[in-house]
Design a protein around this ligand. Structure first.
Ligand SMILES: [Zn+2]
Length: 77
């Protein structure tokens, strides 16, 4: 599998040494999804392996970036 992914993490596509990548498995379907960095695997676990959570996180981050309201705006209004 390390060869399949060319030694890259399946999540962030950054290189990882063979012992630096861990097997990520779908517990429900008993299926191996790929090899990930430990931190990338932990990242998925934090989101409960739920794609919706990550979509919501993206929406949240994008909204914060656009900064529709800030302390400055409140001070001037
Ligand atoms: Zn990674």
């Amino acid at each position: 599998m390390v060869q399949e992914q060319s030694g890259m993490c399946a999540l962030c596509s950054e290189p990882g040494s063979a012992d630096g990548l861990v097997v990520d498995a779908d517990d429900l379907r008993k299926r191996i999804r790929g090899l990930l960095h430990r931190k990338c695997r932990a990242f998925l676990a934090l989101g409960c392996d739920n794609p919706l959570r990550f979509q919501m996180a993206i929406t949240y981050l994008e909204r914060k970036r656009s900064a529709t309201f800030s302390h400055d705006n409140q001070a001037h209004s």
